[in-house]
Design a protein around this ligand. Structure first.
Ligand code: SF4
Length: 916
């Protein structure tokens, strides 16, 4: 039976004001000072403390956050982190005003607390034990939950004994050669799209064409490669899933589907379920793979639960432990751990729970058989479909860690990003942050800091104890690693004087960058990084690089010796080498392998300083800065054409590759598509397929180019955004090329829009990850979202919620050293720039119309938009150049009416009294 109890008042704030509700439902408005005083006096009920804190300019605001209660009660369940989101999740009516929002918070809290007493609470197991731990940590909700969660009759199982173990499977035979039958492909497509679904000619053509990627290849290192541009709305995901699932079943092989954005990964997760509808079938046949740094490391969690974390981080560890018992796959970054949960704890501790630093001890770990990472790795060897991302596919291929599961049939969706993904994967960076990670991996803990860090000696303790040569190599490596930057390296390099060869080098790099960087206009803004070509360097830098290279050689040598020794130990199989030790050493050999590769790439980079430039590479020096502070310094090397290593390590070994995208030409032509996907480096030319979007762009959309906005006039830019968002009634995605301008516009317009009942969210301002911001934007058709690059291509919001895209100007390419080198190397630098801009415009425009019944407008706030770039848009889209007044009117007349613009701004409250 529900216990009678009282709750503290509830606090809510938006850009429009601050509201407080007591339990009787009476709502008052408050000033900021009063709200903070009330919140300091007593913990108030609230939703999303960090977001509320940012609205009140008090980032440390805390209280009884209903999101924490939700995460405790319903681990691994999705909810939009707003009052409306929670209300819907709890089956209550979502509020339609701020005053209503604050009024229902106490009712929501009661509804949630009542769940803890319900017989049908599915996530009860583990809650009592967890609450006991939380009591010790003084979690704010404990007093309200204590009497509601009954002690179970039998002791609850410890998390680590509840998780399922993975089973080792025999190696899979190689896939049988299969040529897919066209009728079967179309039959499978029909089954995927569903009975009665409209037959889409373009989709059927696409599915037929895609099958070529699954044919037996004609020769060694001659993969069947298809480049397929399929306009938005074709249904290309199901189009390639039809032949892919069919081939996997008939051949007994695995198809890897690689994406660039998490949004597409989520879509694939949903769409593959059409063929594997039951949970059991889905788990057996489909695996979602991410980089290992995304997954919870159970050993790190155990350490955190046993005192490794303190304060709020320790409470977060308890939430993660609750979630770990219910999660589908242990993915902490894009999986079922709510993206807002780490933000509630100001990210304290979240990254320390993953295997970010490569400290895994493999079979030496007590949780090896339940480890999420190991489970996903093994499952992918037997799966029909592995959904991964471009970086993971490339890293696995480059490091050769999973020869068993090396992809041979690959679909690269969002293929227009292959070039960028290869660019970062195959680039090298010798920076302070990278180098200190290597030092920590070798040395282990050097100070009494939080966490379970282990060095080489601890990870290979049996080798260190029983094998003299191995022990000597470990000691030598530890000694040589002292030349790498240590804790506090940045402060020493900037202020006190460097320590060791690599810190010395970074100090000279920094001095060179500040001496040579051309800083005028926006580059003078300390919010931006600085970089200079690695060319015509002076004696100091050459000397520092030579000394740095010698120090790295001195480290490489014992690591290579150790690798050889470990290989010999495996071969000799001494008495002490039991199965766990063997697995641990196998893991260490692989980890040492890629760290030796890393060291060699750094040495090559340093030996190049002062020498003859290598025309295949672009080298530069950089000081990274954000929010006015330096955070990294180093030397960088990228391939001039990163599709060369892509072709070498990923494409050539494959048997079939499909590269597809709605914008595969990337602002150029089919030759551009071939060049940017690596196809031009293969012995056999790729095939090309394209199919246009079925959308009626001429009637569904238009492009408006605003002609009367003065460049650089920030107040005018902000005013234009505000007017357009008001005219559209929200539903606007605002895209910026500079964070500084985004923040400035947001600060100027957020209050004004909020007063009109139009919420505004902003990347780089609101303390939430982009995926959560997109969820909040999608959830409210009156909301708008401002963002930068990540949102230009990673957002899929069909329907009413996104009906207007506003770009602050022409998205020219950032003038970096790397970009300048590629521009110089191209046949026509102007054509190179134009192609890049057209690609960005096409991607941004692609956000607008996602379904046949979508409609929207695309506004560019720049009269300097050259006509030659307008071919970025679909050919029949009307394009108008007009002043802001007219553009606003067009938006109002076309879009505003769709969302009841006649509605007044939401009232604060019926019975609201003001205290000020
Ligand atoms: S096997 Fe490695 S990643 Fe997995 S839990 Fe153990 S240490 Fe962490």
């Amino acid at each position: 039976m529900a216990v009678s109890f009282s709750l503290p008042p509830a606090l809510h704030a938006s850009h429009a004001g601050i509201w407080l509700a007591d339990e009787s439902g009476e709502v008052i408005t408050l000033g900021r000072g009063q709200a903070l005083a009330r919140a300091t006096d007593t913990p108030l009920l609230l939703v999303n403390a960090p977001l509320l804190g940012s609205r009140l300019s008090h980032p440390d605001l805390s209280g009884l956050d209903l999101l924490e209660l939700f995460a405790f009660l319903f681990p691994a369940q999705f909810v939009i982190p707003t009052v409306a989101g929670l209300a819907r999740a709890m089956g209550m009516k979502a509020p339609d005003s701020d005053a209503e929002a604050v009024r229902i918070i106490p009712a929501l809290a009661r509804e949630m607390l009542d769940w803890a007493e319900r017989e049908d609470w599915a996530e009860r197991e583990g809650a009592w034990t967890s609450l006991k731990q939380m009591e010790r940590l003084r979690w704010a909700w404990v007093p309200l939950l204590r009497n509601r969660i009954a002690q179970p009759r039998e002791a609850e199982r410890w998390l680590f004994s509840r998780l399922p173990q993975w089973e080792e499977q025999p190696p899979r035979p190689q896939p049988r050669p299969v040529v897919l039958d066209e009728n079967e492909i179309l039959g499978r497509l029909g089954a995927l799209t569903g009975r009665g679904a409209e037959a889409r000619v373009g989709q059927r053509d696409f599915a037929r064409a895609a099958s070529v990627a699954f044919d037996p290849r004609p020769g060694k290192e001659m993969p069947n490669m298809l480049l397929a541009e399929a306009g938005t709305g074709i249904g290309k995901t199901l189009g390639y899933l039809a032949p892919a699932t069919l081939w996997a079943e008939q051949s007994g092989g695995t198809v890897w589907i690689s994406t660039y954005t998490k949004a597409l990964q989520r879509q694939l997760d949903r769409e593959t379920r059409r063929h594997y509808p039951s949970d059991a079938a889905f788990r057996k046949h489909v695996v979602i793979r991410k980089g290992r740094e995304n997954y919870l490391c159970l050993l790190n969690l155990e350490d955190a639960l046993q005192g490794g974390f303190s304060g709020r981080a320790a409470i977060l560890a308890q939430f993660v432990a609750r979630w770990a018992a219910y999660t589908r796959d242990g993915d902490m970054v894009g999986g079922d751990l709510p993206g807002w949960l780490p933000a509630l704890f100001r990210r304290a501790g979240a990254t320390a729970l993953t295997d970010r630093r490569g400290e895994c001890i493999y079979a030496g770990c007590p949780h090896f058989r339940t480890c999420f990472i190991e489970r996903a790795t093994r499952a992918s060897q037997d799966a029909d479909i592995v959904i991964a991302n471009h970086a993971l596919v490339m890293i696995n291929a480059a490091r050769g860690r999973e020869t068993q599961g090396q992809p041979t049939r690959i679909v690269f969706d969002e293929g227009h990003h292959l070039f960028d993904a290869a660019d970062s994967t195959f680039g090298a960076a010798l920076t302070g942050r990278e180098a200190i990670e290597l030092r920590r991996w070798i040395m282990g803990p050097e100070t009494e800091k939080r966490g379970r860090r282990r060095g080489l000696a601890a990870r290979l303790s049996d080798v260190a104890s029983y094998d003299a040569d191995g022990a000597e190599a470990i000691d030598d490596a530890r000694e040589a690693a002292r030349a790498l930057p240590g804790d506090d390296w940045l402060r020493r390099v900037v202020e006190h004087g460097p320590n060791g060869a690599i810190e010395e080098l970074l100090s000279v790099v920094r001095a060179t960058v500040y001496a040579r960087a051309e800083r005028d206009g926006k580059d003078a803004d300390p919010g931006y990084g600085l970089e200079v070509d690695l060319a015509e360097v002076d004696g100091d830098l050459i000397d520092a690089a030579t000394a740095g290279a010698a120090a790295l050689e001195a480290l490489l040598s014992p690591l290579q010796r150790l690798t050889k020794r470990l290989v010999a130990v495996i071969e000799q199989a001494p008495d002490w080498l039991d199965a766990p030790a063997r697995a641990r050493i196998d893991g260490a050999i692989s980890a040492l392998g890629w760290r030796c590769d890393l060291l060699m790439s750094w040495i090559a980079l340093l030996l190049r300083v002062g020498g003859t430039p290598d025309p295949d590479f672009v080298d530069w020096l950089a000081v990274e800065r954000a929010e006015g502070r330096e955070f990294d310094i180093g030397l960088h090397r990228h391939w001039l054409d990163p599709t060369r290593p892509l072709a070498e390590v990923v494409l050539r070994p494959a048997h079939g590759v499909l590269v597809t995208s709605a914008t595969l030409r990337a602002g150029g032509d089919t030759q551009t598509a071939a060049q940017r996907s690596g196809a031009t480096h293969l012995p056999m030319p790729p095939r090309w397929f394209d199919v246009a979007s079925p959308f009626d762009y001429a009637n569904q959309s238009e492009v408006l180019i605003v002609t009367d906005l003065k460049r650089g006039d920030l107040p005018a830019l902000a005013g234009a955004y505000a007017r357009l968002i008001e005219a559209a009634g929200g539903g606007t995605l605002g895209l910026f090329t500079a964070i500084r301008r985004l923040r400035s516009v947001q600060a100027r317009i957020a209050d004004r829009l909020a007063r009109a009942g139009l919420p505004l969210y902003a990347q780089h301002v609101d303390p939430l990850d982009p995926a959560t911001l997109i969820d909040m934007f999608r959830d409210d058709p009156r909301a708008s979202l401002l963002g930068t690059d990540a949102l230009r291509d990673g957002i899929d919001v069909p329907g009413e919620s996104l009906r207007l895209v506003v770009m602050e100007g022409v998205p020219w390419t950032k003038p970096s050293v790397l970009n300048a080198a590629r521009r110089r190397a191209s046949e026509s630098p102007t054509a190179y720039d134009d192609r890049a801009v057209r690609a960005r415009l096409a991607q941004a425009f692609g956000r607008l119309i996602r379904r046949a019944d979508d409609a929207g407008q695309f506004v560019i706030l720049s009269s300097a938009m050259p006509s030659r770039l307008l071919s970025a848009f679909p050919p029949d889209v009307p394009i108008l150049r007009l002043p802001l007044d007219e553009a606003t009117e067009r938006v109002r007349s076309r879009l505003g009416s769709r969302v009841n613009l006649g509605q007044e701004a939401p009232e604060s409250s019926g019975g609201v009294q003001s205290l000020e």
